[in-house]
Design a protein around this ligand. Structure first.
Ligand SMILES: NC(=O)c1ccc[n+]([C@@H]2O[C@H](COP(=O)([O-])OP(=O)(O)OC[C@H]3O[C@@H](n4cnc5c(N)ncnc54)[C@H](OP(=O)(O)O)[C@@H]3O)[C@@H](O)[C@H]2O)c1
Length: 234
């Protein structure tokens, strides 16, 4: 029996993005999902809790604001950047730029490290915190090169997830922290790159990832999964 066989509580961080919004909608539609709380940097909805990954104060405040509604059986982290104001992923070493490295690591690694710090304590005894990583963060799977900042920021995120899972196991042996690759999904993040044929709608990706997450057990903590439940090498 998993935490999802009976009424469960969920939290989606990054609910303004394509994948985050799709998770939120899917969870809102699930009759077993008793509560689902949304967090985002920007939202027009009053019930969305504000969270800025650059600020530990904002992350701590958001965690405190939902603590009384927890513990949570599912926490999804769907934030991340690949390109930004005036920058695209690097094609070669000569493109590496300190500002781009900092901005990418801030969103993909440093912010999520603080999310782990403040939200892992809110996971229920058999709950799951699933952070959306990326297959290109796999060191072993890196065949094409390029995208230095993004690849490295996701590889470092994966290490944070693995390390947090070891600490969590000592406190809540049946709870999980996992990294999950969503596949290629239609979103602002993938728009400049994803060849139309490969990218799929976020609602399908969220459905697949949710099924995978809900099928996991304590032994799966600290692993890196594809959206459809296959293990990825680090
Ligand atoms: N799409 C793909 O094909 C693909 C493939 C592999 C991995 N991924 C991963 O999937 C995750 C979700 O991506 P997506 O495709 O859904 O992209 P998206 O639509 O661009 O969503 C990105 C989300 O991250 C939030 N965010 C970025 N920086 C933030 C910050 N500093 N503070 C708070 N929130 C911040 C954005 O908030 P705003 O709405 O305020 O900008 C938005 O909610 C990312 O981790 C990405 O690396 C995506």
């Amino acid at each position: 029996m998993t935490a999802f066989d009976s009424p469960y509580k969920a939290l989606v961080i990054g609910a303004s993005g394509s994948i985050g919004a799709a998770f939120l909608k899917r969870l809102q539609e699930d009759s077993l999902c008793q509560t689902v709380i949304a967090m985002a940097r920007s939202s027009s909805h009053a019930d969305v809790i504000s969270i800025h990954l650059e600020s530990e104060e904002s992350i701590q405040k958001a965690a405190l604001a939902v603590k009384e509604h927890g513990p949570f059986d599912l926490i999804v982290v769907a934030t991340g950047v690949l390109h930004g104001d005036g920058f695209m992923p690097e094609k070669r070493l000569a493109d590496i730029d300190m500002k781009v490295l900092q901005e990418t690591f801030m969103a993909n690694t440093f912010g999520p490290a603080l999310l782990l710090k403040h939200f892992v304590p809110l996971i229920s005894t058999r709950g799951v915190m699933a952070l959306i990583s990326a297959k290109v963060g796999s060191i072993e799977d890196n065949r094409l090169g390029g995208w230095y900042s993004y690849r490295a920021s996701k590889a470092a995120l994966n290490m944070l997830i693995k390390t947090a899972s070891i600490e969590l196991r000592r406190q809540k042996p049946e709870a999980l922290v996992v990294a999950i690759h969503p596949g290629t999904v239609i979103s602002d993040l993938s728009k400049p790159f994803a060849g139309g044929a490969n990218a799929r709608p976020a609602d399908i990706a969220a459905e697949e990832m949710l099924a995978t997450i809900q099928s996991l057990g304590g032994k799966d903590s600290g692993q890196f999964f594809t959206y459809d439940g296959h293990l990825l090498p680090w």
